[in-house]
Design a binder for this molecule. Structure first.
Ligand SMILES: [Zn+2]
Length: 246
């Protein structure tokens, strides 16, 4: 087997990924922190847990139970898939428990697996790339070569390079699913209203309504004749209109 270049599995897998996957993987889809920086969102907070700022890494490691459950499901599915692909059991368990531990605690320790002395150098080499890189399909040469030798020992005609390409796509799909989940929560619940300023607008309306029209031109009086409750339950657009007046 020729010396394996970690970039080639990325390049090959990239050709097979869908346009949307490529867009997300290349980081073109902004996180809450980025949207806030661009002033599209009033808050950089994560729309799922609403307690932490949403950096690109937070999207992958959010500690909300819905995010944790989704990742557990995706990892179990990955585990099954690795078995079906005749993945070397050392590599399979290394990827499964390593990713699980990284998702759960970015700063945590590596899971204490007893690594066979044949596998330890490959594991070490892969760990030097870090789990974030692994999740994006960066595989160290020695890990891919180990998988290749495993196929040979099982009399399989599959290759380590093809395995790496498939796993890369599989891992990208995990990132993709996590993104879809995050976007569905952002767009389909009231979270978008929270982060895009509805709460702020409602608060401003309440304050201004309580102050009354005193300091404004009488042309605006009609805005204050509407009961506060109706204003607060009116559509977001109406509220925004009202907000611009005050
Ligand atoms: Zn979160």
């Amino acid at each position: 087997m020729k010396s394996f270049d970690i970039w080639s599995s990325i390049a090959r897998a990239r050709k097979q990924a869908t346009f949307t996957q490529r867009k997300w993987i290349s980081g073109d889809t902004p996180s809450g922190v980025e949207m806030h920086r661009r002033q599209h969102h009033d808050s950089p907070r994560c729309p799922i847990c609403t307690t932490e700022d949403e950096s690109p890494v937070h999207i992958l490691t959010c500690s909300d139970s819905r995010s944790v459950d989704l990742r557990a499901t995706l990892l179990l599915e990955l585990h099954e898939w690795l078995i079906a692909e005749l993945t070397c059991p050392w590599i399979r368990e290394f990827l499964f428990y390593g990713l699980q531990s990284w998702f759960d605690d970015l700063e945590g320790h590596e899971p204490g697996l007893n690594r066979h002395e044949t596998f330890a150098p490959s594991a070490q080499a892969q760990l030097s790339l870090c789990w974030h890189a692994t999740l994006f399909g960066f595989f160290h040469d020695s890990l891919v070569q180990l998988q290749h030798r495993f196929y040979k020992s099982e009399n399989s005609r599959k290759t380590g390079i093809l395995w790496a390409r498939k796993v890369t796509l599989k891992l990208w799909n995990i990132v993709y699913q996590i993104r879809i989940h995050r976007n569905s929560i952002l767009h389909e619940t009231e979270a978008i209203q929270q982060v895009s300023g509805l709460a702020k607008i409602q608060q401003a309306i309440t304050t201004e309504h309580a102050r009354g029209p005193g300091r404004l031109h009488r042309v605006y009086n009609s805005y204050f004749s509407t009961p506060l409750q109706s204003l607060l339950t009116s559509t977001v657009n109406n509220q925004k209109q009202w907000f611009h007046v005050i």
